[in-house]
Design a protein around this ligand. Structure first.
Ligand code: ZN
Length: 283
């Protein structure tokens, strides 16, 4: 990788992810790149993984909130970071050859930083709550899908715009389970916006609260859960996740990941780049 382009801090020189301890038993992981609408470069994803691991291994943490600084939760993957490689960081998996030509390199990269990292966060053995305000696009949606619960501000809006980029959905793909079959198709086919209220109606969002109450409301939910027996919480999460997996999630997710890679490959052949356009949607 070219270390010159690895951006590990925000404009203020702070880490891209920080951990706060707002209440007993509760850790709050904060995406800290508001100047880029919390666009996720690889550095942010590895910092996020480190933060989840730190909280998972800290016996004083029972519940983890995933929040974001600034007006928007996340604009998705940082497409301007394509020359940065997982090998610029502490790689977690054994899929190497990140610079291999053709699909070999890209497959390994996306499996490591998008699919497997997100799956690790989904399996953190403590309850996680996404605290969402403003826009949450594609890669941003992946982070929320990996969390157990979602509290959304009334100004939150969710979108998967991968169709507009010539791709069939995000790498970590939980849409049919989170939104239901028909709404998942609408979300993907139209690349349109789902409001917080609409997302709550699909079951994707647990609670919608006024923006001014988002932080307090999420923290209140976290504190209620943090007072419960920790082991029972872990087992409850495992139980629900096992039921989710029994519905075919792992098989469906490996299929969509292969189809997603096929789209990248198609776009490389037709447009000479893995996505068909870099156009970014506005709500
Ligand atoms: Zn991709």
């Amino acid at each position: 990788g070219s270390a010159m382009t690895v951006v590990k801090t925000n404009k203020a020189g702070e880490p891209l992810v920080k951990i706060e301890r707002p209440a007993e038993g509760v850790a709050r992981i904060v995406l800290n790149r508001a100047d880029k609408r919390n666009a996720q470069n690889f550095a942010m994803l590895y910092q996020l993984d480190e933060a989840f691991s730190t909280c998972a291994r800290d016996e004083t943490v029972t519940v983890i909130i995933l929040a974001a600084d600034g007006p928007d939760f996340s604009s998705g993957h940082d497409l301007g970071q394509r020359d940065v490689l997982p090998s610029d960081f502490d790689v977690l998996g054994n899929w190497a050859e990140f610079t291999a030509p053709g699909d070999e390199g890209r497959y390994a990269i996306e499996k490591e930083v998008y699919l497997d990292l997100t799956e690790r966060w989904r399996n953190v053995p403590k309850p996680t709550i996404a605290q969402v305000q403003g826009r949450c696009i594609s890669g941003g949606l992946m982070l929320v899908m990996a969390c157990d619960l979602v509290v959304a501000a009334d100004n939150a809006a969710f979108c998967d715009n991968t169709i507009d980029l010539g791709v069939c959905g995000t790498e970590f793909f939980n849409h049919p389970y989170d939104f239901g079959i028909r709404k998942a198709k609408e979300l993907l086919f139209t690349a349109g916006w789902l409001s917080a209220q609409e997302a709550a109606a699909t079951g994707f969002v647990n609670r919608v609260v006024p923006l001014a109450e988002l932080e307090a409301s999420t923290l209140n939910m976290a504190s209620v859960i943090a007072a419960k027996p920790r082991f029972a919480l872990k087992m409850a999460k495992e139980a629900i996740n096992a039921a989710h997996d029994a519905m075919g999630r792992p098989q469906a997710m490996s299929t969509i990941f292969a189809l997603h890679q096929l789209c990248h490959s198609h776009n490389m052949q037709v447009y000479g780049m893995p996505v068909s356009t870099f156009e970014i949607k506005k709500p």
